[in-house]
Design a protein around this ligand. Sequence first.
Ligand code: CO8
Length: 258
Amino acid sequence: SEPYETILTETRGRVLLITLNRPKALNAINAQLTREVIRAATAADADPGVGCIVITGSAKAFAAGADIKEMQHATYAEMYAGDRFADWDRFVAVRKPIIAAVAGYALGGGCELAMMCDIILAADTAQFGQPEIKLGVMPGIGGSQRLTRFVGKAKAMEMCLTGRMMDAAEAERAGLVSRVIAADQLIDAALKAAETIASMSLPIAMMTKEAVNRSYETTLTEGIRFERRVFHAMFATKDQKEGMAAFVEKRPPRFENT
Ligand code: CO8
């Protein structure tokens, strides 16, 4: 129902599927696509009917990067004053789980978008890379930081300095993606994982996302303290009572998101 032009959105049960849809530009991330993805994701975050978001591209490209044609003539002053790419902080601030279902190219900003999601599922056709250096720039939407945390310095440095792409198998070995899936089954697998997540207690899933993400922001001691406090707080929810009662009574739980 939303008048989007660069993405398609579809609600399946409690899952919102966002499909990047600039096929002629291999889903290059321009200002409009940025606005629309963020609007769709933040609306889903505020919608109690949505429990999980899936974001995907086409068979050929998840996204081939930031839109080079849109930014090639920009000046330093424009990039700085407009704080280009800072809007993506609002995507990172989405509190519900987001799955990236990646087929084909995930390059530059495309790889960075996948890394801003919580889980990356890769088709066997997926190719991940940070080729910005070939354009005379470097990653600008978190790539130099997230890739390094996710795959370690050796691979991150090599990828950012040479532009070499990682295929799906290497990305799985390196810990960038959680699973590699046959390309024709990618969307089904992503929607199934999303439905599974959306069937859990929503506040508990959100707290779980927050706790895992905290590990990237703090020391181990503080992270474990945070985890324990959130764990304690879960005993104030009805869903904890229901989940444990259902186990003991050998029946499926009926979570009410309270
Ligand atoms: N931006 C704009 N248009 C693009 C992009 C892009 N990133 N990628 C592809 N396109 C366009 C092509 O220009 C082409 O358009 P046209 O038909 O009008 O010529 C169309 O998509 C199809 O692309 P190709 O013909 O090149 O398709 P191929 O199958 O031959 O090649 C590749 C596919 C290998 C993916 C190739 O398109 C490619 O190398 N793309 C660019 C990849 C890249 O360099 N990505 C990084 C972009 S920069 C970035 O993301 C950094 C963000 C942070 C910036 C920080 C600044 C502060």
